[in-house]
Design a protein. Structure first.
Length: 456
């Protein structure tokens, strides 16, 4: 679900409100939020009020949380308003924040990575508890959370609270969960503003900043939409090119067969057809693979299958496999003799990095020689691919590693603009880096560094 992916981005210091209208909206946000905390070894506290303990436990269990096991370990706790908000007899914002600080310290001392809390805020509807200070408390929390190891979701049942309270709830939470969306809150105000401690000048400045922030977000969205449309246009062209070539090969053979022209099926001509077909299929396969990898990276699902790999042998094998493509382009490709450099890496993913860098050199190398080198400084392995081609402007050197980006326009070179982006993500997933040194008109050197398997 979208909300689960959005909640994955939440972490220590975040202060969210959940404004829900039914049980499905409540549990779809709260259960994955708490389950993520359990998976991250955080202490997790659920403060019950509107629901019964049995209802809450069943909601967790039905969504796959082993409640009993987490309770036995002491990682998951359930409390009532008397145990938490009213533990001092009456509600006091400062005392409640002290309670959160103390509980977080206890969690860290017990070896937990942080403290995660969510509470049903209907307790504030009572008359005996000092709930009139609720908004003061929510506002002061925005001073407490940043820099802490605590994160919280405050749950507000919209069918129980009046519009005046919901309005103030939205004013006091930097992030709001509404339906199945996690929304950065443009209506959030600083504690000083909520408590009436700011000046008119400060409020005007805030209003101007909010307008500017909103317009900036609009521009970012507009650029994203344009980038998507540009990508779809390029992707359609790139995928159609090998498909059109394959279609033409089939049509040509079909026509020859219809005419009874068996000379078109001689071993020599068929080998040429098979060779061209193989190249187009490999190109199509790489395009589809790149699109799938972008999807995996975006979903944080780029997995590595680690094994002991000798880097020079891997690179030399890829160079040999791609030498035919370079020969057809009239370009020389060579690899320098290198030392044995072994690491605990994903063989297939590293082959993908080498292929992407060599494909980039083939595309932008201007027909000149390409040189590959593998080396090591004892702590890290180094792979360098050097071409003598077009080069890259200084202002473009960071940009070319982003999705769908090129140093030149799509009309000047084929491809989706994904090769360097995927290479960077693979290198970083291994704990490594990728960089480029270049001079316009004098070529580029792409360098990948990877941590060595010191025990291997």
């Amino acid at each position: 679900m979208e909300i689960q992916q959005e909640l994955q981005r939440m972490g220590h210091g975040d202060h969210l409100c959940l404004v829900y209208e039914n049980a499905a909206e409540q549990w779809d946000a709260v259960v994955p939020y708490m389950a993520q905390g359990l998976a991250r070894n955080e202490a997790c506290l659920y403060v019950i009020d509107d629901r019964s303990l049995d209802e809450v436990r069943q909601a967790f269990i039905s969504r796959g949380v082993d409640v009993d096991a987490h309770q036995r370990s002491g990682q998951l706790l359930f409390a009532t308003k008397r145990d938490a908000y009213l533990c001092f007899g009456t509600f006091d914002p400062t005392s409640m924040i002290s309670f959160l600080e103390q509980t977080a310290r206890q969690a860290l001392a017990a070896g937990r990575t942080g403290f995660r809390v969510t509470g049903e805020m209907t307790w504030a509807l009572g008359h005996e508890c000092g709930g009139d200070r609720l908004i003061e408390y929510e506002s002061l929390l925005s001073n407490f959370f940043p820099g802490s190891r605590v994160t919280a979701i405050c749950q507000y049942n919209r069918t129980r609270f009046g519009a005046d309270v919901i309005r103030d709830v939205l004013r006091t939470h930097p992030v709001a969960i509404l339906g199945n969306q996690v929304c950065p809150n443009l209506y959030y105000e600083s504690p000083a503003m909520v408590l009436g401690q700011d000046s008119t000048e400060q409020r005007v400045e805030w209003m101007i900043q909010q307008l500017q922030r909103f317009r900036s977000a609009e521009r970012t969205l507009e650029r994203a939409v344009q980038a998507r449309d540009d990508f779809l246009s390029v992707a359609s062209h790139e995928l159609n090119t090998p498909l059109t070539s394959l279609k033409l090969h089939i049509q040509s053979l079909t026509r020859a067969l219809g005419r009874g022209d068996l000379s078109s099926f001689s071993p020599q001509k068929m080998m040429g057809v098979f060779d061209r077909t193989d190249r187009q299929l490999r190109r199509l396969s790489r395009l589809v693979s790149d699109l799938l990898d972008v999807s995996r990276i975006h979903a944080h699902k780029l997995t590595l299958h680690l094994e002991h790999v000798e880097l020079w042998e891997l690179v030399a094998d890829v160079v040999e496999r791609m030498s035919g493509e370079f020969a057809r382009a009239g370009m020389r490709l060579d690899i320098a003799p290198g030392p044995q450099v072994k690491g605990l890496w994903d063989r297939g993913r590293l082959e993908q990095v080498v292929i992407n860098l060599l494909t980039n050199a083939l595309k932008y190398g201007a027909g000149r020689p390409v040189h590959v080198e593998v080396s090591s400084d004892g702590a890290r392995a180094r792979l360098a691919v050097k071409d003598q081609g077009l080069g890259i402007r200084e202002e473009d050197r960071d940009r070319i590693f982003e999705r769908f980006e090129r140093a030149i326009s799509a009309n000047e070179a084929s491809g989706l603009g994904l090769g360097l982006y995927i290479a960077r993500e693979i290198a970083q997933a291994h704990g490594g880096t990728i960089s480029v040194e270049s001079q316009l008109g004098k070529g580029s050197t792409f360098t990948v560094t990877l941590p060595l398997d010191v025990e291997g």
